[in-house]
Design a protein around this ligand. Structure first.
Ligand code: GLN
Length: 248
């Protein structure tokens, strides 16, 4: 069994430790004996639409987002849309997340066109939403209610379309826009979030949900279930519990 990860714009979109998400996915496969290949796809790199099971795009400031937006529109958009249709998993954080929607309107400069992979849009607000954040969601893997913890730092306010499901409901913190108590997006295999930290090391259940969906793209679900043996996760759970005690 092998997982192929495309790490998009690792040099441009990688703030607040977002690369820790790719490391977590890599290690949680390695600990289970699942082979993992990671390709680093920066500006100008084309994409073989059927090659990758999971795409990761981290956060970045407006200037980096503008450069990424141009490359997405001119080089990668068509392949990414095909990949999404073929059920590849997308995990995107903050600036990367904002470019999944129809557009991101920064404070200055032109509107940045997004991939329109989700029915959402983002406009820069006048306040930065910074701090620890806790959301609550139902796991797509177990059906259990779970908390997800992280750190947010964004001025962008994201508004989801009517048919789009959030990643979760905000318990403490701001989330998508600080108004509607939604955070992020979880639409099929497309995930977006404002949670930096990085997200996955302290949220092992979410990491395994992403791995299950990504591996199920090329393997029978029963085979994937037996490959994703439970990990000890004591350290991860302790970090999660400690984060729950932090105030937003
Ligand atoms: N520039 C965007 C904003 O401030 C995204 C920032 C980020 O990726 N942390 O909302």
């Amino acid at each position: 069994m092998k997982l192929r990860i495309a790490y998009l714009y690792p040099d441009l979109l990688n703030i607040y430790g977002d690369r820790g998400n790719v490391l977590t996915l890599f290690r949680r496969c390695q600990w289970r004996g699942i082979a993992v290949e990671i390709d680093y796809l920066d500006l100008g790199s084309s994409i073989d639409a059927d090659r990758y099971d999971l795409y990761f795009m981290g956060g970045g400031q407006d200037t980096q987002q503008a450069r990424v937006c141009e490359d997405l529109q001119q080089v990668k958009k068509e392949s990414l849309l095909v990949a999404a249709q073929n059920q590849a998993v997308f995990l995107t954080v903050c600036g990367g997340y904002q470019l999944l929607g129809h557009y991101y309107k920064p404070h200055e400069g032109p509107e940045l066109r997004g991939l329109s992979l989700i029915d959402a849009h983002t406009v820069a607000g006048h306040k930065r939403h910074i701090g620890n954040i806790v959301i609550e969601r139902t796991s797509a893997l177990t059906g259990n209610l779970e908390t997800v913890v992280g750190f947010e730092n964004h001025s962008g306010l994201t508004y989801l379309g009517k048919a789009v499901s959030p990643l979760g409901q905000v318990k403490t913190g701001s989330g998508n826009n600080g108004e509607d108590a939604t955070e992020g997006v979880a639409q099929g295999n497309i995930y977006g979030t404002y949670l930096h930290g990085s997200l996955l090391p302290k949220n092992p259940a979410l990491a395994d949900e992403l791995l299950f969906k990504a591996l199920s793209r090329g393997h029978a679900q029963e085979q994937v279930k037996s490959a994703l043996i439970p990990l000890e996760d004591a350290l991860e759970s302790m970090a999660h519990q400690r984060a729950l005690l932090l105030k937003a």
